[in-house]
Design a protein around this ligand. Structure first.
Ligand code: FES
Ligand SMILES: [Fe+2]
Length: 476
């Protein structure tokens, strides 16, 4: 195969090294269908325009075209376990009180009083309430959204209290996540993600996990640049050279599913193809640094003749995770234990459903600054067998001048990786503004997720604005 000849059809070129599926196929405990499959699609090679990252008007357009039409992760169900618990989800100028109304029903009310607009609950808060009372003049709503009190009602004969119910976004739950959508005409969540992804969710059982660590920080770049910094492993060799001796990178697998979901699979316990011939199987184990360093139990095993580092690590992870979760993982595949599976669920959720690095990223634009993004990372653990579900961790909010390595609960090796990505994002945002080029150039294969993500952005940006409509968002 001659990759330089230009004789291959566009989109068919692949790293000539061992592929992700070939690596997985040699594992002892085989991969499930959601892992042992590919779904790449060539989507063209044209540059993507850069105004989307640097023009504040573009971000303003996103707020009333994209964010008012898409399914967004608002919180986890464990954030609001009891009737009356609420979680305020803020996105740009919009704010919603996501609250449990009954044991089986969650609603998301527009967080604004129908009198003179005051936020009913402060942004960024969680709590418990028997009813929703405005702090300004005391208008009050039941948890079911019906108005129960208009003080001095004699002065509001023009207000029909029966019709003064709180407008609400649509809500659906999946895998323990609460999603909302402000568009009354949006497709269902299942149609939005598509049947293949719904099957992946069913296999992951993420509803059986809880958040044990939650860290939030403002990133110095447009939200889409930040999402896209995590959508390829092409940058690993130059940005995170410390992980390359134990991770596949340029031979990672990239998939797209419909309009709103894409993923990559990056293998662990193998050496980067860029470093072939420089590291032995023992070196792979000795160089393993990604993620929680205590995952190796504090010791690094010595390989016997003919043993593969990847298999020894899989067996070791299995034992350690079984002990930690107090549950059998005999049927969990090696790839689920070892590898990085990352899914972008357009627009704000980025999911790692694997076992060794089980995380949620959430990305939200900063309403005041198109050059900043609110980034959150949440680490998940299985709820131990037979135990009550622990409360989710409170977010630890880092200041701009704080490094991820300063986070109290985060593994410093992982914090270092996020700090390295942060440095790139400063430089990329400023570089795009300085650039004499009108767009960004993307690899056909390794950067397909970025092209796919921007294609979804373009789809929504081509639609007319959809402002929130309190009448249409109100229950009959
Ligand atoms: S603004 Fe809410 S009661 Fe007046
Ligand atoms: Fe990175």
């Amino acid at each position: 195969m001659n990759l330089e000849s230009g004789t291959l059809a566009p989109g068919t070129a692949r790293c000539p090294a061992e592929s992700t599926q070939e690596i997985i196929a040699r594992d002892r405990v085989p991969a499930p269908a959601w892992a042992a499959s590919e779904s790449y699609e060539y989507l063209g090679s044209a540059d993507v325009s850069k105004d989307r990252y640097i023009d504040p008007a573009f971000q303003r357009g996103e707020f009333d075209r994209l964010w008012t039409r898409t399914w967004q992760m608002a919180c986890r169900e464990e954030h609001i376990p009891e009737v009356g618990d609420y979680y305020v989800y803020d996105i740009g100028p919009y704010s919603f009180i996501v609250t449990r109304v009954t044991d089986t029903e969650i609603r998301a009310y527009v967080n604004a009083c129908l009198h003179r607009g005051t936020k009913l609950k402060p942004s960024g808060t969680t709590g418990f309430a028997n009813d929703l009372k405005c702090p300004f003049h005391g208008w009050t709503w039941n948890l079911d959204g019906t108005n129960t009190s208009i003080p001095c009602q004699w002065d509001f004969s023009h207000v029909d209290q029966a019709k003064a119910t709180l407008p609400e976004a649509r809500v659906e739950t999946l895998g323990g996540f609460v999603f909302l959508n402000m568009d009354p005409d949006a497709p269902t969540l299942a149609d939005y993600f598509g049947p293949e992804i719904m099957a992946h969710f069913a296999a992951w059982k993420l509803e059986n996990r809880y958040i044990y660590l939650h860290v939030q920080k403002s990133y110095p770049a447009n939200w889409k640049l930040v999402v896209e910094a995590f959508q390829e492993a092409y940058h690993v060799g130059d940005t995170h050279p410390q992980v390359a001796p134990a991770n596949g990178d340029v031979n990672s697998q990239y998939d797209v599913y419909g309009e709103h979901v894409n993923r990559f699979i990056s293998t662990l316990g193998v050496v980067s193809p860029k470093l072939y011939g420089q590291y032995s199987e023992q070196d792979i184990i000795d160089n393993f640094t990604m993620g929680d360093s205590s995952a190796m139990g504090g010791t690094k095993p010595q390989l016997q003749e003919g043993e593969r580092a990847r298999q020894v690590m899989a067996d070791m992870f299995r034992g350690l995770f079984e002990k930690a979760a107090n549950t059998s993982l005999a049927h969990v595949s090696d790839t689920e234990l070892l590898d990085t599976y990352s899914y972008t669920m357009f627009p704000n959720l980025y999911l790692f459903p694997g076992i060794s690095l089980p995380m949620i990223y959430r990305f939200r634009p900063d309403a005041r600054d198109h050059r900043r993004c609110i980034f959150e990372v949440m680490f998940m653990r299985p709820v131990p067998d037979g135990a009550d579900r622990p409360d989710p961790a409170e977010p630890e909010i880092l200041r701009d001048d704080q490094s991820f390595m300063e986070s109290v609960g985060m593994d410093p090796g992982f914090g270092k990786i996020l700090d390295q990505d942060t440095d790139n994002l400063y430089a990329q945002q400023e570089g795009l503004e300085a650039s004499a080029k009108s767009g960004i150039t993307l690899a056909d294969y390794q950067e397909i997720r970025i092209r796919h993500f921007e294609r979804a952005v373009d789809k929504y940006m081509a639609l007319p604005p959809l402002p929130l409509d309190g009448e249409r968002m109100r229950r009959p």
